[in-house]
Design a protein around this ligand. Sequence first.
Ligand code: NI
Length: 157
Amino acid sequence: MAAVREIIKLGDPLLRQQAIRVRRFGAHLNRLLDDMANTMYAAQGCGLAAPQIGVSKCLVVADDGHGLVELINPVIVKAEGEASEVEYCLSVPKIGGEVTRAQSIVVEALDREGNSQIFEATGFKARILQHEIDHLHGRMFVDVMTREVRDEDKDDE
Ligand code: NI
């Protein structure tokens, strides 16, 4: 059964490392992806990158409300437009921040079998994927936010 892993928080140096590309497929990887999805859902998040559970590998899971997607070694190959929204992170308690990101993106990634797949995403889903892929490069939204939002402001949204 998939486990709920501990989510590490801003300040932990593991969140600042460049994650390593996945080369080995199989049971261990599948277990890790299952744990990541389980951990994301348990925390009521919409995205999680492996470094957030202390595993420095290029793995992302996300669910924008339309189903789980898994991205192994994701690379953004196309980005268009610009949009600013407030976003949050499971590794950053209490604050959110307004971040400008591409409005739509195309991402190349591998699936569990190592097959290449293409994701096209726009709006909220594009934002989640850009946020999570940033984690793989040690980047956090607090580095690029244009405005900080405190939790107590949440009620105003
Ligand atoms: Ni995050």
